[in-house]
Ligand binder design. Structure first.
Ligand code: MIC
Ligand code: SF4
Length: 638
């Protein structure tokens, strides 16, 4: 077997490992972050289960830390008390980004991890089966239910050679994005192997598996080997080490070869992570802002290499540089070892250990600015400024460019970049609260911004509704419902957050949908790519969206639509997609039987033609849709 098959087979509770068929896997650990966690814990509470049934569930606070109003701090208080109540470990604000801290302190090779964040596969760098999903799926996993997904195809990425000094792990995943595109990984898992693997530390591997999410991949994974043992030993967790590798005769659905020695620094251009070119091609392009941080590139070695480049220099007068270390552990080590002082004296603006600018919470660039970032996404407007352009690159390229004032690589700094991962990290878990055994005296505190879950009725057997919006390909969840400092605090207030639906694509969308009372969304390929936010399904449902009709779906978003009982319909042909127009009234009948047999007839009342559509649903997903969503379908919901 290959590693993916080994990880799944040791967790398989239903189904067979046949690519495309539905399987159910046992979840050992769960992870939530504060922007998706509030909804996930409201959903968990609705199940009336006193304590989580996982080996470990951790709740992180890392997205909503700007606190421009009472909402974020109320959420933190809710998350802290609901964690204590139900046996969940709570990582306090300031302790770091969920994926960075989980890699440092909790990830265990061979175990499964389900996280309410699309970048949960970061822990694939430790040899875990680590998958992102919507909050409701994590709530179900905390309730002891298995997680259901389609068995992915397994792609072997064969790494040979080794990275040259100023080239970094980010360049490997950018190269994969260049070759495969943002939908190249949909329905697939990426397994890294070959002699190049041994040259990569766990944090470097984590950078790669993290950004596998941008391929649309179900997950990505590295073997657990001597590098893994070294990392766990340095974290004081060698006891968690266990080896994990593919059998010599393991089979794969595809094989991709990457010669690390031939790689040059790469950069993703606006407004997609797959618009990748070599830095050389854009060298000299003036930039206005640099952000170094995010769960992709904020590890200790990333930050030390940045400090080494910045030392003795000053950030270019036309550039604003901000840096957000990935965790308190990283931050504390940088401070203790003098690297933080080097960053500060170079003019870097130091931010707290949190997501921050990555999802638009702070550091929004100026009008029309060119912003160079180490994060993993550059969708239109995600940074907070609609007409700015975000470029994605490795930490070294970003640091070198901040000094130069234009895009350039770090080749001239290669002599100072040979940094080994430390043999011992600074371990101090005091900002992580373990729950009390007896939580009978714990009161869960909810502020006024935390509204109760909306109720949804069963699927109607016939309905007609207007096409409220028709979009093109690659619509991300950032397009559907933005993050950012203004919107992300509304995650536990569905009526409020719904007002921002498609606000970056068509500001009239909300008012038109409200006036129509119900609607259908039409989209192109890879609809719903990007984040795990279930609000991209929940808010449309709340506003009366009956169906989403597209050419193809991104995995997490389609599951979120099913979870909330929104019909995920697929065009049978591109011609039909091209023919349907915005504002056409579409009518469907015999919907319930259509769901059961997987196809439906749609009548376009406005243009007077009919066409058939299909659904790619498992039997269980059909059942969930018919019941009006997973919350309704949950028999033990009181
Ligand atoms: C993101 O990077 O888009 C986010 C913000 O971390 C999301 C989670 C969210 O929307 O809260 C993700 O990646 O799932
Ligand atoms: Fe946070 Fe950005 Fe990572 Fe999402 S991608 S978890 S916003 S750092």
């Amino acid at each position: 077997m290959n590693i993916i098959q080994k990880l799944i087979s040791t967790h398989l509770v239903e189904g067979q490992m046949i690519p495309g068929s539905e399987i159910a896997v046992r979840i050992d650990q769960t992870l939530t972050q504060d922007a998706t966690g509030t909804m996930a814990y409201l959903e968990f509470e609705a199940m009336n289960i006193p304590k989580v049934k996982t080996e470990l569930s951790v709740s992180y606070v890392d997205h909503n830390t700007i606190q421009i109003g009472f909402e974020n701090a109320d959420d933190h208080r809710f998350l802290k008390t609901v964690a204590a109540k139900h046996g969940i470990v709570y990582s306090r604000p300031g302790n770091g980004i969920c994926h960075q801290v989980h890699l440092e302190r909790f990830g265990v090779p061979g175990k499964s991890l389900l996280g309410s964040d699309s970048h949960t596969p970061t822990c694939g760098g430790l040899g875990m089966l680590a998958i992102g999903a919507g909050g409701l799926d994590i709530a179900m996993a905390m309730a002891g239910r298995p997680f259901r997904l389609n068995m992915p195809k397994v792609v072997k990425v064969n790494l040979t050679g080794s990275l040259r000094g100023w080239v970094c792990a980010k360049d490997i995943i950018l190269e994969l994005l260049r070759r495969l595109s943002v939908k190249g990984g949909v329905g697939k898992a990426f397994e890294f192997s070959g002699p190049g693997v041994a040259t990569l530390s766990v944090p470097q591997r984590a950078t790669i598996t993290n950004m596998g999410a941008e391929l649309g991949a179900t997950t990505s994974v590295f073997p657990s080997d001597e590098q893994t043992r070294l990392f766990l030993r340095a974290q004081g967790r060698e006891a968690d080490y266990r080896p994990l590798s593919a059998d010599a005769d393991a089979q794969y659905d595809e094989v991709i070869d990457i010669d690390l020695s031939a790689l040059n620094p790469e950069v993703a251009k606006p407004h997609q992570p797959d618009q990748v070119v070599e830095v050389e091609q854009l060298k000299g392009m003036k930039i206005d802002q640099v952000f170094i941080g995010s769960c992709t590139n904020s590890s200790y070695v990333d930050m030390v290499r940045v400090a080494k480049i910045l030392k003795g220099h000053l950030v270019h007068p036309d550039v604003s540089l901000s840096i957000a270390p990935g965790s308190r552990q990283v931050f504390e080590m940088l401070a203790a070892e003098g690297y933080l002082a080097d960053m500060i004296s170079a003019g870097a603006r130091i931010l707290e250990c949190a997501c921050g600018p990555c999802a638009g919470s702070g550091q929004a660039p100026s009008t029309g600015a060119k912003s160079l970032r180490t994060s993993n996404r550059n969708f239109l407007g995600r940074c907070g400024t609609l007409d700015s352009e975000v470029y994605l690159a490795g930490a070294e390229t970003c640091a070198a460019s901040a000094i130069a004032g234009y895009l350039t690589d770090a080749e001239q700094y290669a002599c100072v970049l040979d940094i080994e991962m430390p043999s011992a990290f600074r371990v101090d878990d005091r900002m992580i609260i373990t729950p009390p055994a007896d939580s009978s005296d714990v009161t869960v505190l909810k502020g006024p911004n935390i509204k109760s879950l909306p109720e949804f009725n069963e699927l109607e057997d016939s309905f007609s509704a207007p096409v409220v919006i028709k979009t093109g390909d690659n619509i991300s969840t950032d397009h559907i419902i933005p993050a950012g400092a203004k919107v992300i605090p509304l995650r536990s207030n569905v009526p409020e957050i719904s007002k921002y639906l498609f606000s970056r694509v068509d500001p009239t969308f909300y008012d038109r949908l409200k006036a129509a009372g119900s609607g259908i969304i039409v989209g192109g390929e890879n609809y719903g790519q990007g984040s795990s936010r279930e609000h991209a399904a929940l808010a449309p449902k709340y506003m009366g969206i009956k169906a989403v009709l597209v050419l193809s779906f991104a995995r997490i978003h389609m599951q979120n639509l099913v979870n909330f009982g929104v019909l995920p319909l697929l065009f049978d042909s591109k011609e039909d997609y091209e023919k349907v127009r915005q504002d056409d009234v579409l009518s469907l009948s015999g919907v319930r039987s259509g769901v059961k047999n997987g196809s439906l007839t749609v009548n376009d009342e406005t243009q007077g033609f009919s066409f058939t559509v299909h659904m790619a649903l498992s039997e269980r997903q059909k059942q969930t849709i018919l019941t009006g969503g997973l919350l309704n379908a949950m028999e033990d919901r009181k």
